[in-house]
Each structure stands twice: as structure tokens, then as C-alpha cells.
Design a protein. Structure first.
Length: 122
């Protein structure tokens, strides 16, 4: 694993890149060799109805590691396993899943693994 070579701070409010599939905002920040993401999914968001339209796979094929800061997200694996992620939860999600926002609050999470690839057009 590479070491940290410099002291840096960057704001997600001024990201290096923003991706906006329907009901989705992914703010990407690059710091050294690390890509981080702030994922915001609006109420009514469902991966299979939003991000799928730009990546063209049957289910999400990205691995995720992150921390939820707001809202609630339910994730259903292709094998039927399901869990719900809520504020304060750290999570891992393997490739091969669908997901949707529960309730009327946007889901907001910070991810440390998938930001380089998530919601990037195929």
C-alpha cells in the first residue's frame, strides 16, 4: 500500500469531477493516489432505474466501502441477500446488487473504494 507523501485537504463542495445520472450526484475528489466520493441519491432513487441507464449492466458491478451520513439505503444482492444502511453505518457492498433509497430523505454517503468507477458511463 502506498504511503502518504503530502499534507492536503480538498472540499467535496469543489470536486474534481461530478457525475449526474438521474436522481444521482457523485462528487469525486482526488488526493494523491486516492479517489474519494460523496454519493447523494434523491428520494425515489433506485440503481436499476437511474445508474443502470448510463453503465448498461444488469446489476451494479462495483464494490463499495463507505460511511452513510444521511438517509437510508436498502441493498439487495443478486443472490437475494438484503440489508439496510442508515446514518452512522460503515458498509461494504460486493459487486452484483441493486439498491434504492427508503423514505423522503436523500441518502448521502462517503465512499473510499468505488468513486473512481461508480456511475461512469460505459
Amino acid at each position: 500500500m502506498p504511503g502518504v507523501e503530502a499534507l492536503k485537504a480538498k472540499s467535496f463542495d469543489e470536486p474534481d469531477e461530478t457525475r449526474r445520472p438521474p436522481k444521482t450526484q457523485v462528487d469525486v475528489v482526488n488526493i494523491g493516489d486516492t479517489t474519494l466520493g460523496r454519493f447523494t441519491f434523491e428520494p425515489g432513487w433506485k440503481w436499476s432505474q437511474t445508474v443502470k441507464t448510463v453503465v448498461h449492466t444488469d446489476s451494479c458491478q462495483v464494490n463499495h466501502v463507505g460511511i452513510c451520513s444521511a438517509g437510508t439505503l436498502t441493498v439487495k444482492m443478486d443472490n437475494g441477500e438484503q440489508t439496510t444502511i442508515s446514518p452512522g453505518n460503515a458498509y461494504t457492498i460486493p459487486a452484483g446488487h441493486d439498491a434504492w433509497v427508503e423514505g423522503d430523505e436523500a441518502f448521502v454517503a462517503y465512499e473510499i473504494m468505488s468513486a473512481a468507477a461508480f456511475a461512469k458511463p460505459a
